[in-house]
Design a protein around this ligand. Structure first.
Ligand code: NAD
Length: 381
């Protein structure tokens, strides 16, 4: 019997927004999910306009998420899942309301605006038994799934060091004061939460370390900076990490790295070799072996692990990118929704990873405030 196409309602993704339209394309890419409803903006008029642009029925572009949940529940063909693509401060209430109304939820990161909210949301996921997943987009890239499989199979040996960097330059100037909508809410603690760059891109980097290494980070030391004068939240962040097998890690993220675009790079070294992956060439994973020989693995190659092969739609040599990576997460989510929540092999990132991301932000901000980890280099001191 053919699989039923899942019906999606989106919250956020209004005119001029960044990630909502990307979610719509990714969700629909494989024909398993279709956007049929939404509360796309806090303005009812803009929600209607967005609904029109997405080609959904006029009466399914709602004024707010509560109306969407209430009216969809009355339909013979209601939505199956709610995609949340709004600023951070709204994630908790929308996810809670949607799950309590009986809908599955796929939310963009960070899970919530505070650690307390994330812990409360964890209880809601447990109590309602709904599928809940976070779109840590990079976990959808086939070559990061290959890196994860290589480490799980022992190819690198014991992991001893991780280094993740995520450098952007788009907030090198006070963009939040010049009408840039994306910058405005990210720089506002009331809408973003207590973290700036650490909440916006640090959680991606942190999640990747844990996703690919299969290890958990247990301790950190943080150096957070508000480099642009007057900015209320961090725009630059360096963390030292300790992982639960004793490995050491460096996590460096910045949004004031002038001239950088979306420079995410992950390196992990074990006692037999290391992996190196860079977002500007996401279809390649480099494996550096202890004997000095390096090997490049390419997305779409038949010799990859099953998880990586399943993440490519095209043969080797035909690049795929960000939308396809997000589509892989939507595919995993569709599998989980069809099977009642059994997420495939730990690929889907859920509330546990959401809580960990929020704990990272909270502990990094606390640790940075305590500023206890510095020593002078002054030879005379
Ligand atoms: N996974 C990724 O790679 C990735 C990339 C970018 C952003 N994000 C995350 O996605 C979220 C949105 O980021 P963005 O850059 O698209 O923001 P954005 O400002 O471009 O878009 C936000 C949209 O949400 C709408 N909105 C705000 N409050 C709403 C509400 N209560 N109900 C309905 N709509 C509402 C706004 O009108 C706007 O259309 C953030 O949490 C961000 O951290 C994730």
């Amino acid at each position: 019997m053919s699989e039923r196409v899942l019906r999606m309602g989106m919250v956020g993704g209004g005119p001029g927004s960044f990630i909502g339209p990307v979610h719509r394309r990714a969700a629909e890419l494989d024909g398993r999910i279709r956007l049929v409803a939404g509360a796309f903006s806090r303005s009812p008029e803009k929600s209607k306009a967005a609904g029109l642009s997405y080609g959904i029925a006029e009466d399914r572009a709602y004024a707010d998420h509560r109306t969407m949940l209430a009216l969809e529940a009355l339909r013979p063909d209601p939505i199956d899942l709610v995609a949340i693509v709004t600023p951070n401060d709204t994630h908790f209430a929308i996810a809670r309301d949607a799950m309590q109304a009986g809908f599955n939820v796929i939310s963009d990161k960070p899970a919530t605006a505070t650690l307390d909210e994330a812990l409360a949301l964890e209880q809601v996921v447990r109590a309602t038994g709904r599928c809940y997943a976070l779109t840590y987009t990079y976990t959808g890239y086939p070559m990061l799934r290959e890196a994860r499989a290589l480490i799980r199979s022992g190819t690198l040996g014991k992991v001893r060091k991780v280094a993740v960097e995520y450098f952007q330059g788009w907030l090198a100037d006070p963009e939040e004061l010049s009408g840039n909508k994306q910058a405005e809410w990210r720089a506002d603690p009331a809408r973003s939460g207590i973290g700036g760059s650490i909440a916006d891109i640090g959680v991606h980097a942190f999640n990747l370390v844990e996703f690919v290494s299969g290890l958990r980070a247990t301790r950190l030391q943080a150096d957070l900076g508000n480099v642009v004068p007057g900015r209320l939240l961090d725009d630059d962040c360096t963390l030292l990490l300790r992982l639960d097998n004793g490995a050491r890690g460096i996590l460096a993220v910045s949004q004031i790295a002038t001239g950088e675009r979306n420079g995410l790079r992950l390196r992990i070294w074990g006692d037999h070799g290391g992996i190196d992956w860079c977002h500007e060439r996401p279809d390649i994973l480099t494996l550096n072996r202890a004997d000095g020989i390096s090997e490049q693995r390419h997305a779409g190659w038949n010799g990859l692990s099953a998880a990586a092969r399943a993440g490519s739609r095209l043969p080797v040599g035909h690049p795929e990118g960000f939308i396809e990576a997000l589509a892989n997460i939507y595919g995993d989510f569709a599998n989980a929704a069809h099977t009642g929540g059994a997420a495939g092999d730990g690929l889907l990132q859920g509330i546990e990873e959401g809580v960990r991301g929020m704990a990272l932000i909270a502990r990094a901000v606390e640790n940075n405030r305590a500023a206890s980890g510095w020593s002078t280099i002054d030879p005379a001191a």
